[in-house]
Design a protein around this ligand. Structure first.
Ligand SMILES: Nc1ncnc2c1ncn2[C@@H]1O[C@H](COP(=O)(O)OP(=O)(O)OP(=O)(O)O)[C@@H](O)[C@H]1O
Length: 246
């Protein structure tokens, strides 16, 4: 099966399970949303797929991308295959300029299909602000920079963690439009962790809902009635939690 195949991923921190047997398939060129409340296991899944989980985390299951298996924890092999984690926007280097951040991305990248100048041409706002310290950018600009850094090299699959969190509506619209355009232009696949179901149709082709590290629903389409159903599933899960905590 081509694309990304995650089979029975389990992650735990000490005795605490964070992901419990998650199986996922992202086809070549497809974007899948991983939807869940806080603590559902979204970030742990993305970090595992990027080879970037803390060494103290226990991990099992298998990951293949384009029919090749990857040992857990090997970031370099994943970068060489074009699997790239979009860093959280707070993780851009605040005391370096936009261009310097992109150059650091280039120094870590494998391959040069996408270069610093390509990113600056795709994001005119970053080009205008290329000599500005990243810490002085707006949240939306930092999110674009984080995406830009992850695209440098030979991107094939990007992993995004809550890209819309805390951004204003017009900024999210602009970000989603850029992402859609670049996915088409570069033939990128994506796995996008989201807790806000409203933006799913702008970010993904389908959605997998997880709770406490397990898949609870799979939506093959993201039309309005599917979004209502996702909303209901999320509401049901949060009510169950409240009852079990009462
Ligand atoms: N480094 C860590 N050490 C210990 N426990 C952790 C660690 N990272 C995450 N966890 C726990 O694992 C579970 C899943 O967390 P994870 O961050 O993967 O979920 P999430 O869906 O991304 O949630 P959020 O949106 O809050 O980040 C949670 O119970 C969390 O407290």
């Amino acid at each position: 099966m081509s694309g990304l195949v995650l089979d029975h991923l389990a992650v735990s921190y000490g005795l605490r399970p964070a992901v419990r047997g998650l199986t996922l398939h992202v086809k070549a060129g497809e974007s899948v949303a991983l939807v869940g409340a806080n603590g559902a296991g979204k970030t742990s899944t993305l970090l595992a797929l990027a080879g970037a989980l803390k060494q103290s985390a226990r991990i099992s299951g298998t990951q293949t991308f384009e029919d090749r298996a990857f040992p857990w924890g090997d970031v370099r092999a994943r970068l060489a295959a074009g699997i790239s984690l979009v860093p959280e926007r707070e993780k851009v280097f605040a005391l370096l300029t936009v261009r310097e951040n992109l150059r650091i991305g280039a120094s870590r990248a494998v391959g040069d299909r996408v270069r610093v100048d390509d990113v600056l041409s795709w994001f005119p706002r970053l080009r205008e602000r290329r000599d500005t310290l990243a810490g002085n950018l707006s949240g939306g600009e930092q999110q674009m920079l984080a995406l830009g850094v992850s695209l440098i090299g030979t991107p094939r699959l990007i992993l995004l963690d809550e890209p819309t969190l805390g951004l204003a509506v017009p900024v999210i619209e602009e970000f989603c439009a850029s992402l859609r355009r670049l996915r088409a232009e570069l033939g990128l696949s994506a796995l996008v962790a989201e807790s806000d179901s409203n933006w799913l149709p702008h970010l993904a082709d389908r959605a997998v809902v997880i709770d406490r590290g397990r898949q609870v629903a799979d939506f093959r389409r993201l039309e309005e009635r599917d979004l209502d159903a996702i909303h209901d599933v999320m509401l049901g899960l949060s009510n169950t939690r409240e009852v079990s905590h009462a």
